[in-house]
Each structure stands twice: as structure tokens, then as C-alpha cells.
Design a protein around this ligand. Structure first.
Ligand code: G3P
Ligand code: CA
Length: 243
């Protein structure tokens, strides 16, 4: 298992720059974040692109489902103005652009596989192809979609893949083992000291999202959490340079 840094920038430094854009990843690097988290899905022509929502409205000047538009259309959209005029003209990045940028910034990534209406298996296949072509950098995949976690295990058996959860099922360890996951990524609000102790005792790396309060992050680290994913890496790194 690769070493996951204690602080990961959620969708880049998304408190300071438009989420899931190259600008947000650059800001995260400038704030000394070692890794970013980002959301990967497919365009209509099966290109891997970064965007969180199923539809374009919230973070671009486009409309409708992402998976209905080809890359040529998605690339023309403005993915920055919704956040601030300073970022007008920022584009939806491809996974390939992102990996290239991170490589040159000496950063790693938690790539969340987000099917958002596309076929999860096809998405995993395209991500695996991109990763095969890209220069090597530290990567941890993750998904809420069990089929995607299973497919990643099949396609990329040597690449770590986290299982994303909103709440912890009673039989989590059985499911986790069945999926062959390599970390548990859970909403920090679903965690308590007892559950954290159970996960840590099972030697499972524990990643919590989305933690923006340094006091809460300190508490989680005290429970044995490996990493927190935060919108505000600058604040978190200043408050908790190491743990
Ligand atoms: O990967 C952790 C977190 O990003 C999952 O939730 O909705 O922000 O993609 P969401
Ligand atoms: Ca995400």
C-alpha cells in the first residue's frame, strides 16, 4: 500500500479555486498539499473527464447530463466563472491533462471513480487505459460504486483502491475483504471512536471526508485516522503540519 499523506486536497484546493480544475490542483500544490482528490467520469465519447456532478449546471456554463456530451463540447465550457471571474475560461480537465500536471508538480492523487450515469465498468476500463499511458505518480483509486471497486481490482490488481462509504455497514469487514479494497474512505460524520478503533484494529487504512475544521481533524487523527480530505488544505496544513 502506498503512503497516503495525512492531508488530501478535496477536488483540489476547492475553497480557493473552482473544484476539479487544473487551477484548483495548482493552488493545492502551492499550499503544500502533496495529493489532491478528484472525481473522474466519462464523456459521451468515452473520454475520462473530471467533474463532480451528474449534470453541467452547477460548475459550468453548460446544461444537461455530462455523459450525453462529447469531449469536444465539454472542452469548450467555462468551468471557472461560477466560482469567480478570476477563473473565467478554466476548462473541464481530462484525466490525462490532470495526471500530466500532477506529475510535473510532483503530486499524487486519489482518483474517485464517479460513474454519474455512465457505465461503471467502461469507466474503469478507460481509467485503466489512461493510467497505463501516464507517467507514474502515486495513485489511490476509490469509488462508492461496488462494481467499480471490483472492476478496478480485476483490471489493476496492483493499484490500491479505497471503498467509499457514507455510513459503516455492520458487516463492513466481510464486504471490504470480498471487494479486495485497500482502504476505507468514510464520511467523518459517520465515524465514532468505537468504529474507528474497529477499523484501525483490522489494519485498514482509514481516510475521512470532508473535514474542514482542524480541531475535528486532530480528533480524527487521535482515533487513528490515516488521512483527511479537505476543501481547505492551506488552513489544515498550517494547523496540522504533521501528526
Ligand atoms: O472522495 C471523498 C469525497 O469526495 C466523496 O464525496 O461527493 O465529495 O465526491 P464527494
Ligand atoms: Ca469525490
Amino acid at each position: 500500500m502506498i503512503e497516503i499523506p495525512h492531508i488530501v486536497a478535496h477536488r483540489g484546493a476547492s475553497i480557493e479555486a473552482p473544484e476539479n480544475t487544473i487551477a484548483a490542483f495548482r493552488v493545492a500544490g502551492a499550499r503544500q498539499a502533496k495529493w489532491i482528490e478528484c472525481d473522474v467520469t466519462l464523456s459521451a465519447d468515452n473520454q475520462c473527464v473530471l467533474i463532480h456532478d451528474d449534470t453541467l449546471e452547477r460548475t459550468t456554463n453548460g446544461t444537461g447530463p455530462i455523459h450525453m456530451q462529447p469531449l469536444s463540447v465539454l472542452r469548450e465550457l467555462d468551468a471557472g466563472s461560477w466560482f469567480s471571474d478570476i477563473y473565467k475560461g478554466e476548462r473541464i480537465p481530462t484525466l490525462s491533462d490532470t495526471l500530466e500536471t500532477l506529475f510535473f508538480m510532483d503530486m499524487g492523487a486519489n482518483l474517485e471513480i464517479k460513474p454519474s450515469g455512465c457505465d461503471p465498468v467502461r469507466l474503469c476500463q478507460e481509467v485503466a487505459k489512461e493510467l497505463g499511458r501516464a507517467k507514474k505518480l502515486p495513485i489511490l483509486l476509490s469509488s462508492f460504486d461496488d462494481n467499480a471497486v471490483a472492476e478496478i481490482r480485476r483490471l489493476l490488481p496492483d493499484m490500491p483502491c479505497g471503498w467509499l462509504l457514507e455510513t459503516l455497514p455492520v458487516n463492513w469487514h466481510e464486504e471490504y475483504t470480498k471487494l479486495g479494497a485497500s482502504a476505507l474512505h468514510i464520511d467523518h460524520k459517520a465515524l465514532d471512536p468505537g468504529k474507528a478503533a474497529e477499523i484501525v484494529a483490522a489494519n485498514v487504512p482509514l481516510v475521512c471526508y470532508t473535514v474542514n475544521d482542524p480541531d475535528r481533524a486532530r480528533e480524527l487523527f487521535g482515533w487513528g485516522v490515516t488521512s483527511v480530505i479537505t476543501d481547505d488544505p492551506a488552513k489544515m496544513i498550517a494547523a496540522i503540519p504533521r501528526h
